[in-house]
Design a protein around this ligand. Sequence first.
Ligand code: ADP
Ligand code: MG
Ligand code: MG
Length: 909
Amino acid sequence: MTNKQVYFFGSGTADGKAEMKNLLGGKGANLAEMSRLNLPVPSGFTISTEVCTLYYENGKYPSDLENNVNETLHKVEDVMGAKFGDSDNPLLLSIRSGARISMPGMMDTVLNLGLNDETVQGLIKQTNDPRFSYDCYRRFIAMYGDVALGIKAESDEESGPFEQRLHAKKEARGVTNDTELTADDLKELVAEFKAVIKERTGTPFPEDPNDQLWGAIGAVFNSWENDRARVYRKLNGIPDDWGTAVNVQSMVYGNMGDNCATGVLFSRNAATGEKRMYGEYLVNAQGEDVVAGIRTPESFDNLKENELIGHCYNELVEIAEKLEHHYTDMQDLEFTIQKGKLWMLQTRTGKRTGLAAFKIAYDLAVKEKLITKEEAMLRVDPNQLNQLLRPVFDIKQKQQAIESNRLLTKGLNAGPGAATGRVVFTAADAEIFKSKGNDVILVRHETSPEDIKGMEASIGILTARGGLTSHAALVGRQMGKVCVVGAGELQLNYSLKQFTVKGKTIREGDYISLDGSTGEVIEGTVDTRPSEVVEVIISKTMSPEESEIFQIYDTFMGWADEYRRLKIRTNADQPDQAENALAFGAEGIGLCRTEHMFFEESRIATMREMILAETQEEREAALEKLLPMQKQDFIEIFRTMNGLPVTIRMLDPPLHEFLPHTKEDIQHLADVTSIPYEKIKAQVDALSESNPMLGYRGCRLGISYPEITEMQTRAILEAACEVKKEGIIVEPEIMIPLISHVNELTIQEEVVRAAAKDTFDKYGFEIEYAFGTMIEIPRAALTAAEIAKSAEFFSFGTNDLTQTVFGISRDDAGRFLPLYVNKRILDHDPFESVDQEGVGVMMKMAVDFGRTTRPNLKVGICGEHGGDPATVEFCHRIKQDYVSCSPFRVPIARLAAAQAVLKENQQNS
Ligand code: ADP
Ligand code: MG
Ligand code: MG
């Protein structure tokens, strides 16, 4: 191998830099960058991700890796003035993983590597501190045993063997804090830990520092393929072949006494986005003590007041500002203070809530002018808009709940929003409760990566321990969950599945409510209230000036509209839905389903009469009754849309969906219509199908019963004429569903055109309308050129198209699709985001074929996929004209459509 494998950093220089994340991983690249910026970074080196990839390809390291590592290690030794493995002045190392994208808690770190019975004496000699030295030693053995040797707890209920021994030692000594154990206690622990390793692995603990080093490097590489790392990658769409880098770094010590500390610092508030630093630290602690949530840390603000290390406060603030300017984004820093000297261990772009993401990008672009609006738009994930549109508690109800003593406790506000749900105590129970249709709140001492799936299944997460940077807080926030952590008053009892607080007992299945914005935990349910954005633009209960969140939302939407090329429409069947969508910026209706209009109490009977009709006359009589009802619906929708296009789909579902199925319901229908029970029953049986999804539905109905298509056409166009008379522009688009052959379409076209002509004759004037079809059957996509001769527009029904391209029934897919995603047969659920390699190819083909015979063919998508950002981007790329999605996803689609343009521009430049 000719490529460089090992990248040195330290003492103001570095082989790597921030731009080299793919090669060095995020952590390594940023350590190099901080070193270049002359920040105090303990010297070390990074083994590149290429080495990891080679290791997995060949099953072994490149032959010259060992030499390269040794050479670079000597450089580090020179900088630090200590020698790895030296019995007099030993250099200790931390071995840290780091992928391109930070994966919190996913990969494992080993600290204090290089200690053995000999070198620990050297450390004692150098520090004059046996207690500290043995503290490092016992930590090292435990981490090494856990990470490199895989020694874990024997069951989920108990803690790991090292933690158990530590706990037992504290009990035996009658102390509660680790820091109260003496050097001798810790020395005993070292021996006990080694015995555990011998017992569990059959081999003694490796005393040779070189064996330790390579064991740990191997463990980091191997951890790329451990279960929790895989789960995380899958949840976050990170490719498996990226690999991880390994960072080998000199240790600095936060556990040398009260003038030492370790902590984390966010350059802005990661929950709200407010421009105010916040962080946490622990005095006399090392490594993951802060993140693990074992001791509750102190707030960063207190550091100022600390007599011994307060001077580091300003230095940290300066560094945080410098890094934020340098990276032009909010930074998440890790630091350690060793005997009053500050060391930087990590910086990365901080994870944040959706709310904070928008606020920070807005502030950086608008107020601070550090980034452009294009950059700001690309900084946010359109799905994060959900958090701006998300409900909060009904203030009155919450007040009442608190006044009536239902406030159970208050924890830290880690993830904003309001959630009411049923309590569970394990991740597995969360999944079970969720699968039964419950809203779930997962309550734990603290969470760990093993809980990820259960956290996904929950709407809220509540922990008793840990701070704002604990696992629950970081991961919960990233998932967009309502999250309250560190509610220390909770007394959890996992085995009884209950917790007690203030003398009250809450059991599994009981309701609680979490306010993730204030940290309040409330007994029972509390109604939620719409977000401020919704208050301003929909219910109009707030003015734009009152809400900063709205102003941010509005600014982003304005920017998005400047850039996007796709039009955004909505799926709406009712005027009120359409109205919401308009408020969210919809530019038309892409799918108005007509069937929903028939389910109303007053209409279903007539609809059923129509279906049960035995002759055409009877059917026409029933349709005659339905016509004015449909017409009224369309009138209201056209009025609401006020000049914007409205695509109306002809009747689509199988008819038996409209019929009663239980004995009582059939009897009831017989009573109100005076059609005999037997007759109805016979018709219900006759219409039942073994495969309704592929059965008698869509245009197949209109072809058998042209009078249905005719009635619906008349209803639409009469409504259009009426509304036009009111002076309102109307732009109806009549859409035929489930076409597979062009002849199906032309035969329906004749019916539509004839009914249209009749209607216009009757009114004495014409309305411009479009005639088109859904593309949701592969044959229609394949023959799109033919179909476009008749259709003036296409609209992709991607739900049906996905079903038919995959040969999967959506209703049954729940049984096996999760397994498919789990086994990575599919990388995502194709009903959530369009399968671009399969279904997408068919879509592109249909667009291209269609435009060969009709160059100005209008193309859209009306499946719920239309609100999925990745799908929106795809629709842009295949040159569709619009996407249509549910009202609350319209803003998401607007932003996603703008991002599609920005990404395209980036690629072209
Ligand atoms: P993660 O990716 O899980 O944050 P890190 O590699 O950052 O893992 O390490 C975990 C913890 O170990 C961090 O809290 C960090 O402060 C500590 N740590 C890492 N390297 C060193 C070091 N060289 N000296 C002291 N502490 C370290
Ligand atoms: Mg870290
Ligand atoms: Mg369909």
